[in-house]
Design a protein around this ligand. Structure first.
Ligand code: 13P
Length: 338
């Protein structure tokens, strides 16, 4: 007897696998990376404050529209991570029309975990299904969830590592059930004066715990994107880590921990300068035979100079778009080891 229910379920999963596979195919392209433009209203307020621009809906729309209309951006950028407002204001569709796949930040930011040394956990699982349903209808093909981990001799705590891994895995599994590719982002914060060894030790623990959780939840690794931080000394350490050192330490941990089934790894810039971010990415791709595509998903490192060039003025739009395009081109080359 044919089991109609099981047949339908199988079709349903197959359809979603096709959808997930085609999104991965569109995003994981050698020489291209992602643009992280998913600043929440308060975060974009900080960026605007640095160029003396008021944080109004009109200014946010003007800036995000500038990004979306940048001609030729799709030569170097395959996907863009957006904040919900960009979907609601129809900016996501401009990116789509420009050949760039839109994705949605679905976490709801950070909250302090009680009984820790001011460590933060990420909110947003409760209404995740609703968010995925809503933004999928508005064109989102992938999603992002970011956890943060503070580096010090006493942090991250066991509770933050365990609950963070669990939440990322639950998020990733739920995304895949909607045919949405999850970006899994465990960010080891650069803040602090720690050396590169401590960053390496903690990154290895965190990544290990994340992949164990992904395995336990049966997340399909070939349909995720990993967005890690690079292994570096803290921003207040006396000497910045060299690109060679960052590349060697980061590659070592990724090779130890990340299964080859993961198709794409896109780093965050996390407070490194644009130059450091590109140089470190280049060093990781020089003479390297990595099993995954190693590329970028930068926010600040791609937008910093573009924001300055724009400075909130209509007459600067073309100049700002040229700057963004050039930053994207440079990082595209860096992802090829050039
Ligand atoms: P940065 O590259 O500025 O760290 O931003 C990337 C991002 O999406 C952080 O979640």
């Amino acid at each position: 007897v044919k089991n109609i229910f099981l047949e339908n379920l199988k079709d349903h999963i197959m359809n979603y696998n096709n959808e997930l596979a085609s999104t991965i195919k569109a995003l994981a392209i050698k020489g291209k990376g992602l643009l992280a433009a998913d600043e929440s209203t308060s975060t974009i307020g900080k960026r605007f404050a640095s160029i003396n621009v008021e944080n109004t809906l009109e200014n946010r729309n003007a800036y995000r529209t500038l990004l979306a209309h940048t001609k030729g951006l799709n030569k170097h950028i395959s996907g863009v991570i957006l904040y919900k407002e960009s979907f609601e204001q129809n900016i996501a569709s401009i990116f789509t029309a420009n050949g760039i796949v839109p994705g949605i930040k679905v976490d709801d930011g950070l909250s302090i975990m009680p009984e820790t040394l001011n460590e933060s956990f990420t909110k947003g699982l409760d209404d995740l299904n609703n968010k995925l349903e809503t933004y999928k209808k508005l064109g989102a093909k992938f999603a992002k969830w970011r956890n943060v981990y503070t580096v010090s001799s006493e942090t991250p705590s066991e509770s933050i590592i365990r609950s963070g891994a669990d939440n990322l895995a639950r998020y990733a599994l739920t995304c895949q059930a909607y045919g949405i590719v999850p970006i899994v982002e465990p960010e080891i914060l650069i803040d602090g004066s720690h050396d590169i060894n401590l960053c390496a030790k903690i990154s290895s623990q965190v990544l290990n715990s994340v992949f164990i959780a992904l395995f336990h939840y049966k997340v399909q690794l070939e349909y995720i994107i990993l967005k890690p931080s690079m292994i570096t000394a803290g921003i207040d350490y006396n000497t910045p880590s060299s690109a060679k050192e960052v590349a060697a330490r980061t590659l070592k941990i990724l090779r130890d921990v990340v299964p080859v089934g993961v198709p794409l790894i896109t780093f965050l810039s996390g407070g490194q300068t644009p130059l450091q971010s590109s140089d470190n990415l280049r060093a990781m791709n020089v003479n390297a035979s990595n099993p995954w595509i190693l590329s970028f998903s930068y926010g600040r490192a791609l937008q910093e100079d573009c924001l300055k060039a724009w400075s909130g003025k209509k007459e600067n739009v073309l100049k700002a778009q040229d700057v963004l395009l050039e930053c994207a081109r440079i990082n595209g080359l860096a992802s090829l080891g050039q």
